[in-house]
Ligand binder design. Structure first.
Ligand SMILES: Nc1ncnc2c1ncn2[C@@H]1O[C@H](COP(=O)(O)OP(=O)(O)OP(=O)(O)O)[C@@H](O)[C@H]1O
Ligand SMILES: [Mg+2]
Length: 493
């Protein structure tokens, strides 16, 4: 966060800036120190030179002055004036009269600006003259005037070379620093930055950082690399834990969904339970009645064989009917988790389901318009039989709820073959499903029924089963009434 606000300047640039600043400061200090040392040394050697002159020349000058031998004095002063760095040599008598004055030969050729510069940097030596070296016999003064300009110039010229050297040294040093930093730091840092930019903590396969160093010894870069790799391992562990938690939760949800679907299947059967009681009770009453008739006939000793045959045939057919109902009930309530695909005519599925519904629909005066023995239902399907029964049981239940209070109450099932498809239309006398909920009806838990009366799982279960058969189910708006169309591949699976 912070870095994005700051201006970016690479470490390389910072280091070079630091090197240049430090090196410049150091150079300045060294130069000043050098100037100071050189200057005092050169001054000392100038002084020494002048004192040597005094030692060697003063006695003879004193002699010449004593003799007032002006030409000899001029020769002597002239030879002293030749010495480097001198401006002039003046000999003055005790009254202050100049006896001789000689300039350094260069001095005569100088321009006025140079003379002014020299005059500002003068160093004057005054030596008294005594006759025969006796302190009482003062005979004049020798004034030697030197200039420090040349010394300073020379020192300045030498410093220029030094400064140039320092600049070259700094440039070479900076270049070397760039190379070293690039090799040891930047090059590796860039690899780390690239790696971290590419790094995706959610990826299933996580790379490890390998900056591939050739150095024989380990350093901070290796520590950084190890720390990053440890962090990645940690993330990997955390991710695995997270995945485990998610998959545990998914399993829990799956189990809950299975339980909900199971209870929905049971609910579908339960809705039929009332009807089933009738389905079985009525035939039982018939059986009971015929058994009573037979008992009474036998008690009376009236053994009319036609009467007895009629009753026993009736009992047999009624028992068969109960058998069909129980068969259907057993089939539809079977556990489907281990169900195998079987080849069976679509008719068999319808028979099972209708056997369960018949009585309930009869009581509600709902007409089931479906002749199971018609050839359209003879088509054999490779299917999970029980699961398909559950599909139709749910469709029957939904239609029952939808049309119970209508004036015209019927349910019609039509089927036909269309290319590779077996197409079934499940139509009821309802006036269609409102547009507003049409795309929600197959969603799990969607129900328009009152709380407690519908789970909303019926159609989602149906949808799942048909998908499992590689088929399709959809609300079919081609029909005037409510219609669900199911397409099943004939050569399924
Ligand atoms: N034949 C139909 N006519 C009108 N509406 C229907 C029909 N079949 C389904 N629906 C609508 O679709 C909704 C969802 O149906 P689904 O079978 O999934 O759940 P449900 O019937 O409400 O509850 P459950 O099946 O658990 O009793 C129903 O609530 C209803 O609104
Ligand atoms: Mg339903």
């Amino acid at each position: 966060m912070e870095t994005s606000k700051k201006k970016f300047r690479p470490i390389r640039a910072k280091l070079i800036l630091a090197v240049i600043v430090v090196s410049t400061l150091l150079t300045i200090v060294i130069i000043f120190f050098n100037i100071y040392v050189q200057y005092s040394k050169d001054l000392r050697s100038l002084d020494e030179k002048i004192f040597q002159v005094r030692e060697s020349a003063m006695p003879s000058i004193a002699r010449v002055v004593w003799n007032l031998d002006i030409p000899a004095l001029e020769v002597q002063t002239n030879s002293i004036a030749q010495i480097k760095d001198l401006v002039k040599v003046v000999v003055i008598d005790p009254k202050g009269q100049t006896l001789a004055i000689k300039y350094h030969p260069n001095h005569l050729e100088l321009k006025s600006s140079q003379i002014e510069l020299i005059n500002n940097n003068l160093r004057t030596y005054k030596f008294p003259l005594y006759h025969s070296g006796l302190p009482d016999e003062f005979i004049g003064t020798v004034e030697i005037v030197a200039t420090t300009v040349y010394i300073k110039n020379e020192i300045f010229n030498r410093q220029i070379i030094l400064v140039a050297g320092e600049i070259i040294k700094t440039l070479i040093l900076s270049f070397l620093i760039i190379l070293i930093i690039n090799y040891y730091i930047n090059h590796n840092l860039n690899k780390i930055i690239e790696f971290l930019k590419r790094f995706n903590p959610d990826a299933s396969v996580m790379d490890h950082l390998d900056i591939n160093r050739k150095s024989k010894t380990a350093d901070e870069m290796d520590i950084l690399q190890n720390a990053i790799n440890q962090m990645i391992s940690q993330i990997r562990i955390l991710n695995k834990e997270k995945e485990q938690i998610i998959s545990d939760q998914e399993k829990k949800i799956e189990i809950q969904q299975m339980a909900a679907i199971n209870s929905a299947k049971m609910a579908a059967l339960g809705e039929m339970a009332g009807g089933i009681a009738h389905e079985i009770n009525n035939p039982l009453t018939i059986i009971n009645t015929h058994a009573l008739i037979m008992t009474k006939t036998i008690e009376k000793g009236n053994l009319d064989p036609t009467l007895l045959l009629k009753s026993s045939r009736s009992i047999a057919s009624t028992v068969e009917r109960i058998g069909t109902i129980i068969h259907g009930l057993k089939n539809i309530s079977r556990d489907v988790s281990a169900e195998q695909i079987t080849k069976s005519p679509f008719k068999n599925i319808l028979v099972d389901v209708i056997a369960l519904c018949e009585e309930k629909f009869k009581l509600a005066e709902i007409e089931i318009q479906c002749n199971v023995s018609s050839p359209q239902f003879d088509v054999s399907l490779n299917c999970f039989q029980v699961q398909l029964s559950q599909v139709f049981l749910n469709l029957f239940n939904n239609s029952y709820d939808a049309i119970l209070n209508l004036e015209t109450k019927w349910i019609r099932i039509e089927a036909k073959i269309n290319g590779p498809w077996y197409i079934i239309h499940f139509i009821d006398s309802g006036n269609g499903i409102p547009l507003s909920i049409r795309d929600k009806i197959f969603q799990p838990f969607f129900t328009s029924k009152e709380i407690g009366s519908g789970t909303g799982l019926g159609l989602s279960l149906v949808y799942g089963i048909i998908k499992n058969h590689k088929g399709e189910i959809y609300y079919d708006n081609q029909f005037k009434n409510t219609c669900f169309t199911i397409k099943l591949p004939i050569e399924v699976m």
